[in-house]
Design a protein around this ligand. Structure first.
Ligand SMILES: [Zn+2]
Length: 89
């Protein structure tokens, strides 16, 4: 699966996810030289998945890709929207 970085803070999705499961989440924001918060967002934002990533990576049927542009993991994809044989892919 291809990787995405947060559009706002630049952290990778993998690093963010790991930090969340470690219960020490990376906040979306930036600090200046003195450690003062310059800006902070409520949550990270990622670019939408492309058709190619959804079809070839997530094994979503081409006619259903628009439903899944923003998914965070494969559990969000309905089995009936997957390309046949995706479990073995
Ligand atoms: Zn972020």
């Amino acid at each position: 699966m291809s990787e995405r970085d947060c559009l706002q803070c630049g952290e990778s999705q993998a690093a963010i996810r790991a930090s969340q499961s470690a219960r020490d989440p990376i906040f979306c924001g930036a600090v200046d030289y003195f450690g003062e918060c310059e800006w902070e967002q409520e949550r990270h934002r990622f670019r939408d998945w492309s058709d190619k990533e959804l079809i070839e990576g997530w094994k979503v049927q081409p006619e259903h890709v628009d439903k899944y542009r923003r998914i965070m993991n494969g559990y969000e994809i309905a089995d009936e929207h997957r390309i046949e044989g995706w479990r073995n892919a």
